[in-house]
Ligand binder design. Structure first.
Ligand SMILES: O=c1nc[nH]c2c1ncn2[C@H]1C[C@H](O)[C@@H](COP(=O)(O)OP(=O)(O)OP(=O)(O)O)O1
Ligand SMILES: [Mg+2]
Length: 201
């Protein structure tokens, strides 16, 4: 695929996410640049929807760098908690962000709950420039359930608590290539790449 640009800034400071995004974009002929490499400060994420936060992060990185930028806003939504932690997933247990404290808080909040269905949600936004009136947008959802203790070492965030029904494993027990094939992020990226193909020359 010949893209209309050859550099792409990734508007994320999350190392786990960056690793997955790099893996998902590896087939493309693109230079992937994490925003930290260009000294982009972390953007505010004040909105109550994932899409608004993703757009804000992508625009912010593109404005700071003058390059096309891709942002991922994602989170865990638990049915019995009316979709919480949702857009607050990264800061569920407060500042500074901590996966370990977020997992501990989720376990505590869900103690004794029998309804444990949840999903990961991801929206990916790509802007070709900061004022792009036609951002590329794609979503993905991954259904599963929340365990009552941590299992597995891989991945990041809520991975050790999220059981994938099909494999019977937590996400933290899945290797990167398998997670990438089935995850909310993998689905969103596959859809985004499909849209990118239409721009390709
Ligand atoms: O595959 C995943 N496996 C486990 N947990 C996940 C996943 N995907 C999102 N999550 C959870 C944890 C993360 O902290 C939060 C995202 O919050 P989100 O604001 O999108 O990311 P972030 O603040 O960590 O980095 P940044 O905004 O710089 O991309 O949702
Ligand atoms: Mg964030």
């Amino acid at each position: 695929m010949a893209l209309p640009f050859n550099q792409l800034v990734i508007a994320s400071g999350n190392a786990g996410k960056l690793r997955e995004i790099r893996h998902l974009l590896a087939p493309l002929d693109l230079e992937i640049i994490p925003q930290s490499a260009l000294n982009v400060p972390e953007a505010e994420e004040p909105y109550c929807t994932f899409i608004e936060n993703a757009l804000t992060k992508a625009r912010h990185a593109s404005r700071h760098t003058g390059l096309p930028a891709l942002a991922d806003d994602s989170g865990l939504c638990v049915d019995a908690l009316q979709g919480a932690p949702g857009v607050l997933s990264a800061r569920y247990a407060g500042e500074p962000k901590s996966d370990a404290r977020n997992n501990a808080k989720l376990l505590e909040v869900m103690q004794g709950l029998t309804q444990r269905q949840a999903h990961f949600y991801c929206v990916i936004v790509l802007v070709r420039h900061a004022d792009d009136p036609e951002p590329l947008i794609a979503e993905g959802v991954w259904q599963g359930e929340i365990l009552d203790s941590l299992r597995g070492e891989d991945g990041f965030g809520y991975d050790p608590l999220f059981l994938d029904a099909k494999t019977g494993k937590t996400v933290a027990e899945l290797p990167l290539d398998i997670k990438s094939r089935i995850s909310h992020r993998g689905q969103a990226m596959a859809r985004l790449l499909h849209r990118l193909e239409r721009l390709a020359t």
